[in-house]
Write a protein that binds this ligand. Sequence first.
Ligand code: ZN
Ligand code: ZN
Length: 218
Amino acid sequence: MATTLMTYAGPAEPDALVTRTGGVPLAPAGTAWPTCAECGGPMQFLAQVLLDDRARPTVRADGRAELVLAVFMCQTDPGMCEAWSATDGANAAFLLPAEGLAPLSAPAVEDEEVLYLGAANAVELTDSSLDDYDGARQEWGRGDGREVLHVLGRLGGRPDWLQGDETPSCGGCGRDMDLVAQFEEGPHHATAMNFGGCGMAYAFACGPCRAAAFLWQC
Ligand SMILES: [Zn+2]
Ligand SMILES: [Zn+2]
């Protein structure tokens, strides 16, 4: 199976309905900003991925979407809440209908970094014939004018685990969830997601149950 890489395509419009990392979360009208089950603080918005009606990633980054996967993680006091865990409530992943989404109103905070990453990154998709994610990533990074740090992750396919297999099962149907995307921390240190400094994150979904899950390893 080939690998679809997500690569950095420059700054994204912060509220665009495209696959991106950072920027402003989109949600149905009236949605409350998600909060951490451990500390009660508002979570940081990390990324959204456009999906078709079966919760499969759309082929093009700006392709027609039926669903959107949105991912949040607690950064109120980095390292204190178990933000890596798919089940402890210090992160959250949602499968939302793409129709009618609007920018989510933010709660009042002293420091906006708690809510937002420092940059909204647009995503370009590149197919590699290599099956192995890290091989595909390294090969892409050797291209002219490219940097391996500009690989933002993988879209669909199988998770490339840094540690053991932690594929979540769906709370609705009990089935193993499907990988939607795997994320690197990001191209620039100052605006990166915090997966322990060297980690990788994994977002999963179960289309029929409209369920999603997120975790990271380091
Ligand atoms: Zn927390
Ligand atoms: Zn399910």
